[in-house]
Write a protein that binds this ligand. Sequence first.
Ligand code: AHG
Ligand code: MN
Ligand code: MN
Length: 337
Amino acid sequence: MKVYTLDEIIIQRQSAFPYAKGDLSRLLMHIGVAAKIVSREVNKAGLIDILGETGDVNVQGEEVKKLDVYANDQFIAALKSTGICAGIASEENDDIVILDDEMSLNGKYVVCMDPLDGSSNIDVNVSIGTIFSIYRRVSEPGKPVTKEDFLQPGNKQVAAGYIIYGSSTMLVYTTGLGATSFTLDPSIGEFCLTEEVVKTPEDGKIYSINQGNYFQFPEGVRRYIQYCQETDKATKRPYSLRYIGSLVADFHRNLLKGGIFIYPETDKAPNGKLRLLYECNPIAFIAEQAGGMAVDGNGNRIMDIKPTELHQRVPFYVGSKNMVKKAIEFNKEFSGK
Ligand code: AHG
Ligand code: MN
Ligand code: MN
């Protein structure tokens, strides 16, 4: 059977846009390479202690970096080397990263990313991820990018995706023509096509939420949780609660099996915890492309929110369409929304 690699599929897709110069394709391919490097490091995270690299300085005299800083550096380096990306907004950087070498200054694209998502799971060998989102810059090429280039609503994304470092490493991305998934075959070092068209079920049996915060949730969310737990044969309830604590991993499972992920507003975090630019928007783009739905607690489409801050947070409800709609019905009825 012929195996299709990520690069082959990216190039194939490019022909759907006859005037495309291949810039976006190159950007995506470089993200693929950085993902392979980070995947390799993630896989040996547990070995660092055994190999004795616990001090601040390793054998090459380099500082031993935490994996999230390492992933950030890798993706920034990969994006810089393309000469197509003019700037980056990352969870790991307070401000935007301006790429001001001559090539990058003329780059048409900017990237928002969460280089290592689920970082509290690194030390315990549980799935983590990387999330990315690509926009066309709105400022004039040739000049340094500005914040405005990043404060675009998610509906302007030209591509988005995530990598999950799990029992195997997978990459899922979209350019707006459906979502496609790949699995890394470490023996050949390539992301191989897994599902050309990823579709998510309209109904599911999984709900994912940090239920430890139950008493901090709005009334509508609490009622929806009760609804998930009630017995009803026709709607296959009770649903199962599954929560890893890595958005990428929780979302990926629900995407394939059908389910809902909620990170709602809480007393402590009135806008929820997840970040609009580099967590919610890219995941929302994939969800919608797979036939799912992503909204805030009022039922507003995530991708239509106009950001005002780089690290802006938003309550996030994402997953199977009918489940998301149901959760919002509860909010409307009980949370006065
Ligand atoms: P990050 O590691 O990038 O900061 O993201 C962690 C996020 C997300 O992955 C996950 O869904 C959420 O935090 C879990 O938060 P709680 O521990 O509050 O449930
Ligand atoms: Mn994250
Ligand atoms: Mn992170």
